[in-house]
Design a protein around this ligand. Structure first.
Ligand SMILES: CC(C)(COP(=O)(O)OP(=O)(O)OC[C@H]1O[C@@H](n2cnc3c(N)ncnc32)[C@H](O)[C@@H]1OP(=O)(O)O)[C@@H](O)C(=O)NCCC(=O)NCCS
Length: 218
């Protein structure tokens, strides 16, 4: 499978490496290009791969799948919708050194980076991004486009909404089957926060324990 990466920034380059590492085990998988809407970046080369427009990527690699390569949930949603409108299908990308039980559901376009451990009965939506070294416990749900930055720890029975952005090293205490810890859509959780209570939609929380500092910015 050929894979195009939508984006040409820091995470996109990390994603290219991730896909190369999968390719070392499964030779049929390879990153073929970056896609960037910025005209000045197009038709240049980044870490050995061409940066193309979406249209050019489709023309040059008609059977390639694509994966969102930016951390921001809102931006990733825009890019993914644009790619879908051109007929792209999406790659779900899991690093060979992520540990994942068979009781996990991953939506299309979701990315799991190296060092992550996902235990059991976990459901991740479409285009979710789990960066390096995260742990996700039992009975966790994450909505489409949610992003975990590196080193986030999510305990059992946490239900995150769509487009949630979680900063590096945040921790979520556990919920229960009767009362999952619910994190609303479009919430932002600051780096290093410890989330002990439900968070309403569209709020930014920071600190230990995490407290709201205002409405989240899209
Ligand atoms: C939470 C966050 C999104 C807030 O960004 P912002 O809305 O631009 O907020 P500001 O930087 O203006 O900070 C607002 C206040 O919150 C404080 N604050 C910001 N982030 C904080 C954090 N993670 N923990 C504790 N306090 C924090 C600031 O010190 C500031 O306090 P003050 O008003 O007393 O000076 C951001 O700071 C953050 O933590 N982002 C995550 C970054 C990350 O992990 N990236 C990973 C890349 S892979």
């Amino acid at each position: 499978m050929q894979i195009a990466i939508y984006g040409a920034g820091g995470f996109a380059r990390e994603l290219a490496w991730l896909i190369e590492q999968i390719g070392e085990i499964d030779r049929s998988i390879e990153p073929v290009c970056y896609v960037d809407d910025n005209l000045q970046k197009q038709n240049t080369v980044l870490n050995g791969l061409p940066i193309l427009s979406l249209e050019e990527a489709r023309a040059r690699f008609p059977s390639a799948r694509i994966v969102g390569g930016v951390g921001s949930p809102a931006t990733r949603k825009l890019l993914v919708e644009k790619a879908a409108s051109l007929g792209f299908e999406f790659a779900t990308v899991v690093h060979p050194r992520a540990e994942i039980s068979r009781w996990i559901e991953l939506g299309s376009g979701t990315v799991i980076c190296a060092g992550c451990i996902l235990t059991t009965n976990i459901r991740l939506g479409r285009h979710v991004q789990i960066n390096l070294d995260c742990t996700i416990g039992h009975d966790v749900i994450m909505g489409d486009y949610t992003t975990l930055a590196p080193g986030v720890h999510v305990s059992g029975w946490v239900h995150m909404g769509k487009r949630v952005y979680v900063g590096t090293g945040a921790v979520f205490l556990h919920g229960t089957q009767d009362r999952p810890l619910v994190i609303g859509d479009d919430t932002v959780v600051g780096a290093g926060a410890v989330v002990t209570r439900p968070v309403p939609p569209q709020v930014t929380v920071v600190g230990v324990p995490a407290r709201p500092i205002g409405q989240s910015k899209a």
